[in-house]
Design a protein around this ligand. Structure first.
Ligand code: 4NP
Length: 158
């Protein structure tokens, strides 16, 4: 059995590439890289084809995650027919996804932080216009939510 996860934010240069990079690391550590496919995409088209934001890449690298190979792409209606989990970073992302939905999604369409074991916030705050602390907060939230997501996904594939 295989299973696929798509992380979605606005620009696909800060939050969703971080979720992709962290979840890839967790999935590899669990030896499940052949079973779980992972991608990320954005609802906005400003940064298509670009590498993640350098501030985000630097903060992630300090914790051992390499975001540098990732490139921004736009989410499409077809993504929601193809991925088993489509996980939005905030309510605006989720509303945009629901607005472009054609028919019913293949699997789970919802907020990423619903998988955070403590769920201190409902959304991953957009760090783009803020300072360094915002990028650390993204990493803190994403790391915990990835742990919860991996546990949920493991139950499904076991
Ligand atoms: P992201 O952050 O959605 O986490 O990738 C943003 C990146 C770029 C912009 C907004 C948010 N922007 O307005 O260009």
């Amino acid at each position: 059995m295989s299973l696929s996860v798509l992380f979605v934010c606005l620009g696909n240069i800060c939050r969703s590439p971080t979720a992709e990079g962290v979840f890839r690391e967790r999935v590899q550590a669990a030896g499940l890289e052949d079973v779980i496919q992972i991608d990320s995409a954005g609802t906005g088209d400003w940064h298509l084809g670009k590498a993640p934001d350098q501030r985000m890449t630097r903060a992630a690298a300090k914790r051992g995650y390499d975001l540098s190979p990732l490139r921004a792409r736009l989410v499409t209606p077809a993504d929601m027919q193809q991925f088993d989990y489509v996980l939005a970073m905030d309510h605006a992302n989720l509303r945009d996804l629901q607005a472009m939905l054609e028919g019913t999604p293949r699997g789970h369409l919802g907020l990423f932080l619903d998988f955070h074991p403590q769920r201190p916030l409902a959304e991953v705050p957009d760090p783009y216009y803020g300072g360094e602390a915002g990028f650390e907060q993204v990493l803190d939230l994403v790391e915990s939510a990835c742990d919860g997501l991996l546990a949920a996904v493991r139950e499904q594939i076991s």
